[in-house]
Design a binder for this molecule. Structure first.
Ligand SMILES: C=C(O[C@@H]1C=C(C(=O)O)C=C[C@H]1O)C(=O)O
Length: 257
């Protein structure tokens, strides 16, 4: 997929291949996070264990904002497949702009589900992928670094729903134009859903978790990322949020030619 060549981006088969590649990134980021305990202090607003002068928010919020400011200076958020968690904080790149040809509708950057992504990650995913419950102050920096990597991978995967939606719209404009005009959200959900593709993804995740998630040197055959947890994360969070992004993107699509 080459974002300077729109024809490679709006090919649904190419998009699905890219989603498959993202599975490996997400699994490996989860495995990295699984080396540490839950470290709840990292996610609590203004926690006394992590004093942050002149800042309202959690340690992870602080770390993510500073990482996104640096990444924005390196042009990360000019790329149409990257969506910031703190869009109001990012700054102009220090590198020259790349004028990517337009692939998505101009409002695409405003389709931003990262608040939901971060909340679900902290509340639902961390308890599943952490090594154990507990707080280890010596791990706070590593935990935040690992969380940022995992959040950025999850965000990219979920917001790829914009490309899926645009590809589906282009493939059947009459159908989606009628559904959008009637505000038929259930009808849009029905037509963007491909249960066979979803099932294939879940089956593949089980196999990947069985291979990647087992620690080869651990003779107790303990899993670092269980297949069941990975399926739960995708089935209950990643795929539904991707489809929410698809629907949200499509509902505004007729505002632009
Ligand atoms: C991403 C797509 O749209 C939907 C969402 C999917 C997902 O998030 O994995 C898979 C199939 C569809 O239900 C697609 O059609 O490939």
């Amino acid at each position: 997929m080459d974002f300077t060549r729109p024809e490679t981006v709006l090919d649904l088969a190419n998009i699905r291949d890219e989603l498959v590649r993202m599975e490996d990134s997400i699994i490996f980021k989860f495995i990295e996070r699984s080396h540490f305990p839950t470290c709840p202090a990292v996610y609590l607003k203004n926690d006394p264990r992590l004093p942050l002068p002149d800042f309202e928010g959690s340690f992870l919020d602080w770390a993510l904002i500073h990482m996104e400011i640096t990444h924005s200076q390196l042009r990360r958020f000019e790329s149409p497949d990257e969506t910031p968690f703190f869009p109001d904080k990012i700054v102009k790149p220090i590198l020259p702009s790349i004028n990517y040809p337009r692939v998505l509708a101009p409002y695409a950057p405003q389709v931003n589900y990262n608040d939901k992504v971060k909340t679900l990650y902290e509340k639902e995913i961390i308890p599943l992928i952490s090594k154990c419950d507990g707080d280890r102050p010596e791990n706070y920096g590593s935990v935040a670094t690992s969380d940022i990597e995992a959040l950025q991978s999850l965000s990219r995967r979920i917001h790829f729903g914009k490309f899926v939606a645009e590809a589906k719209f282009q493939d059947d404009k009459p159908l989606y134009t009628d559904l959008i005009k009637r505000g038929d959200i259930d009808g849009i959900m029905q037509h963007i859903t491909n249960s066979a593709v979803e099932e294939k993804i879940l089956q593949r995740l089980i196999r990947k978790a069985e291979v990647y998630g087992v620690d080869p040197i651990n003779n107790q055959n303990e899993r670092r990322i269980t297949p069941e947890y990975l399926v739960k994360i995708y089935k209950e969070f990643v795929i539904p949020l991707t489809k929410d992004v698809e629907i949200d993107y499509l509902l505004k699509r007729l505002e632009y030619p």
